[in-house]
Design a protein around this ligand. Structure first.
Ligand code: NAP
Length: 445
């Protein structure tokens, strides 16, 4: 592995030399173990500790199949899906691997007693499988996490609709929190040259998701002038949604839970910010009863900030705790676009506000290749920036996941894999100098 790392760090290794590098038989990776899937039984989600379930293991390099690539991973990032995997909620990801394994002899490779997790990477292509022509050993890449088979007609207008659509490193094995990763070659995209390895690795999943959810016609189709209410505006998804709103001529109304997080939103250029902790909204009186008076108080606060205007698009992901309020505050004809349910997936809202006011609820999930490409292109053009706040080593992935689980982080938390330290991998220093301030907005807050 040292040879691979050295070749990448040299920065001038030829493509031919990369092709000649030997791929080792095993590599270090962050895994969960199938024989531990009941380890947190009976505990509350909050008390489940990712440090106990995420292991730092040596695992075998998988056989390379048609249309696939093995990538040397320089850096990865923590996504909430790794938190879900590590606490075995809402169900154990081994059930995904078992189901995937039944599809074909090739997918059978994924059904193992361990799961290498992680859905982001930046790195260098080491090997490509039969049929891959667009990528070569030595290419510096990032990967989006959409894995599709595309044998069915149903995925051909929008690959997210493929019946065999999966999230790599969550519903498939051999993910990005590792020294090597196995991806489908149509997950690969050029690494933006002005970014370090860890900066380039962190947007992938959340940036693509935010692009589809907010900007794409498959999501809310945001337009100039829209008022966009963004829950968790300094978090993983929200930090990109806020940038998309600002970049697209909309007005973000950022919801956060501390003055530090409010400051980050200001640094991104947002002006309308609500600290939900300071306002102490209690949308639920008890576990089963919501309080419409609190929705009203929330709506009043929004109108105060917007000079009386209502919300065109609510960017939803907290789920049960906020969904009733989200439906209430959307304007007549407005859209609530949702991609998650962090606080609970059995949502409850007053349907009278929805139908009488012709509002829409739109589901959204990750992004197709084209949407991921467009999102990465905007990062490459310096119109959307990484929101990396902190990095951990690969061995410390459990600590990193715990920070995200406990909502102690800002923006994205990065993980160094083969990269020995932060700050490496910038290939275009002039372009970097232009965007240095924006890239560092989430640091040292
Ligand atoms: P994150 O980095 O933890 O950010 C989420 C933010 O939401 C938190 O920082 C927090 O911000 C806010 N929040 C959390 N619980 C809340 C609650 N009960 N009420 C109001 N706000 C709350 O996570 P993320 O990466 O943005 O992901 C968020 C969710 O989306 C996760 O469940 C994840 O699995 C899901 N997701 C889905 C997709 C998809 O494709 N379907 C893609 C990415 C993520 P404040 O404390 O500052 O308010």
């Amino acid at each position: 592995m040292q040879q691979i790392r050295d070749a990448i760090l040299a920065g001038d290794t030829s493509k031919g030399d990369f092709a000649a590098l030997e791929v080792p038989e095993s590599y270090q990776a962050i895994t969960i173990h199938k024989d531990e899937e009941d380890m947190f039984a009976g505990m509350s989600s909050r008390d489940k500790d990712p440090r106990k379930s995420l292991h730092f293991d040596e695992v075998a390099v998988p056989e390379l199949g048609p249309g696939e690539a093995i990538v040397a991973v320089m850096a990865s990032a923590i996504n909430y899906n790794t938190v879900w995997t590590s606490i075995f909620e809402p169900l154990s990801t081994f059930s995904f691997l078992e189901r995937y394994g039944k599809l074909s002899p090739l997918t059978k490779r994924h059904d193992l007693p361990y799961h290498v997790v992680g859905s982001d990477l930046s790195g260098v292509v080491l090997r490509t499988g039969p049929g891959v022509t667009a990528w070569k050993p030595g290419d510096e890449v990032v990967a989006h996490c959409l894995s599709v088979e595309l044998e069915s007609p149903f995925g051909h207008n929008d690959t997210m609709l493929d019946p065999e659509q999966r999230i790599w490193g969550f519903e498939t094995n051999f993910g990005g929190l590792a020294e090597l990763a196995l991806v489908k070659s149509n997950q690969l995209m050029d690494k933006p040259k002005h970014l370090t390895w860890e900066e380039a690795a962190c947007p992938g999943l959340v940036n693509s998701t935010a692009y589809r959810q907010l900007v794409s016609k498959n999501g809310a189709g945001m337009k100039q002038g829209d008022n966009v209410l963004i829950w968790g505006a300094s978090g993983g998804l929200g930090s990109y949604a806020t940038q998309y709103a600002l970049n697209g001529g909309a007005t973000p109304i950022c919801i956060v839970s501390s003055p530090e997080k409010a400051e980050i939103c200001r640094k991104m250029g947002a002006e309308l910010i609500i600290d939900r902790a300071a306002e102490d909204y209690k949308f639920w009186k008890d576990e089963n009863t919501q309080d419409p008076k609190e929705w009203l108080r929330f709506g009043k606060k929004i109108r105060e900030l917007t000079q009386g205007e209502d919300i065109d698009i609510v960017y939803e992901h907290p789920g049960r705790e906020t969904f009733g309020a989200s439906v209430f505050v959307a304007r007549k004809g407005g859209t609530i676009v949702t991609c998650a349910s962090t606080s609970g997936y059995m949502h409850e809202y007053d349907n009278r506000y929805l139908w009488m006011n012709l509002k829409k609820i739109q589901g959204s999930h990750f992004a197709n290749y084209r949407e991921s490409y467009e999102a990465n292109r905007l990062v490459d053009k310096g119109m959307i920036h990484p929101t990396l706040s902190k990095t951990f080593s690969l061995e410390e992935t459990g600590d990193a996941a715990l920070e995200v689980h406990q909502n102690r982080h800002q923006g994205k938390v990065g993980v160094l894999c083969l990269a020995p330290e932060e700050g490496l991998g910038v290939r275009d220093t002039e372009k970097r100098a232009k965007f240095e301030t924006q890239i560092n907005r989430f640091r040292n807050v």
